[in-house]
Design a protein around this ligand. Structure first.
Ligand SMILES: Cc1ncc(COP(=O)(O)O)c(C=O)c1O
Length: 396
């Protein structure tokens, strides 16, 4: 128990996690998921998805290396970064990673110079303005720019084989997906007219993996919209392979974060009211970087320490939750109403697997990037892995 009291993570790769690959296949049988490693490169998640036959979206040499070392074949990887560093291209070339994205003329010249054998996928802009993290300001060519890009690729002798897009992380508007698929078809046709052999559509990420109170994944409506748009714009007889790059969908519900309270103070205002300060073992430099970078508003529950007698104090106070570094900006929540906590009580944060520990750093010498972990492995997940259920579970 003491060990757990000092740790910050419980990874539950079981009840919420194992149904997700099956749910994905059932909802979108034509779309093969290539998990976005950046979202949470936790080996437990990567190994399970690998065993289930998923592909992987890698964005740099480090991620490529991680997946290749895990035994993932290069043809189950897409190097989905439209602006690659030279050293990353070199690594991909040496390790036979074939598919990559681009969205600028400058990138095409780099590819022509460093790896003309890349199978190039044109990323178009498709951002949902209401997505929690819109990406279109930075990546994705306008459809009107496709012509110049495709002609440049032609002049350089490159192979353009597909189109990708990303609607933004935690997309809200279904029409963004269908609009993007319509635009992707336009670009397919333009490329086809220039003589490119177009074979891949990559519908990116943006899906959530939350469950409703009945345990159903709530992305069914998104899936229906996508299936319908695919049927109209990319009917199966076109022979186009469809993949996606989900990160949050697989990672979000996989992990629960536990943060013990390890310090506190009362602040008495002039009117006699009391506000409380609590110090937690994790903060903005750790997994709660998701508040800054991912726009998350994580929910929590109080978990009483099993090592102490039940609390008899039923009062609540406005409370501020501080992270453990010396930085006063390291504040998780300000003025939230909480019952009286004791040092040793915990706050438990569900759905803490996406863009949390992946973005942490060890500022102040605190080991945010290597939290204590407890793995829970469900029978159903193990069965699927042991049966080598690759084909059945993931591949359409
Ligand atoms: C290129 C690319 N693909 C996939 C993802 C994963 O997105 P999500 O976690 O929203 O599914 C991201 C996230 O930033 C991304 O940039």
């Amino acid at each position: 128990m003491e060990g757990i009291a000092n740790s910050r993570w419980l990874l539950t790769l079981c009840v919420p996690f194992s149904p997700l690959p099956q749910a994905w296949r059932a909802a979108m049988p034509r779309v093969v998921p290539f998990y976005a490693v950046k979202c949470n490169p936790e080996p437990g998640i990567l190994k399970l998805l690998n065993a289930l036959g998923a592909g992987f979206d890698c964005a740099c040499k480090g991620e490529l290396d991680m997946m290749l070392r895990m035994g993932v074949s290069p043809n189950r990887i897409i190097f989905a970064h439209p602006c690659k560093r030279a050293s990353d291209i070199r690594y991909a070339r040496e390790h036979n990673v074939q598919y990559t994205t681009f969205d600028t003329v400058s990138e095409l010249h780099k590819i022509a110079q460093m790896n003309p054998d890349f199978k190039c996928v044109l990323r178009i802009r498709a951002d949902d303005p209401d997505a929690r993290v819109p990406l279109g300001l930075k990546y994705g060519a306008e459809v009107s720019e496709a012509d110049v890009l495709l002609r440049t690729a032609k002049e350089l002798g490159l192979q353009v084989v597909g189109v990708s897009f990303h609607v933004g992380s935690a997309c809200q508007n279904l029409s963004t997906f269908s609009g993007a698929i319509v635009n992707a078809r336009k670009v397919f046709d333009e490329a086809g007219a220039l003589g490119f052999n177009m074979e891949l559509l990559d519908i990116g990420g943006g899906f959530t993996g939350h469950f409703d109170e009945m345990g159903n994944v709530m992305f069914g409506v998104i899936a229906n919209t996508i299936n319908a748009a695919l049927a109209t714009n990319f009917p199966p007889e076109m022979g186009v392979r469809v993949i996606a790059e989900p990160g949050r969908y697989f990672a979000e519900t996989s992990s629960t974060l536990l943060t013990p309270v390890y310090g506190q103070r009362d602040r008495v205002a002039a009117d006699g009211s009391v506000k409380k300060d609590y110090w937690l073992t994790d903060g903005l430099y750790g997994s709660f970087n998701c508040i800054l970078y991912d726009g998350q508003n994580p929910g929590y529950k109080v978990v009483r320490s099993p090592l102490m007698a039940d609390s008899t104090d039923s009062r609540t106070f406005l409370s501020t939750l501080w992270g453990p570094t010396c930085d006063s900006a390291d504040c998780v929540y300000k003025d939230v109403t909480l019952p009286v906590l004791r040092n040793g009580d915990w706050l438990m944060w569900n759905n803490a697997g996406a863009y949390t520990v992946a973005g942490a750093c060890d500022f102040n010498g605190i080991e945010f990037t290597t939290p204590g972990k407890l793995y829970v492995w469900s029978d159903s997940a193990v069965d699927a892995a042991e049966e080598g259920a690759d084909e059945q579970v993931m591949n359409a």
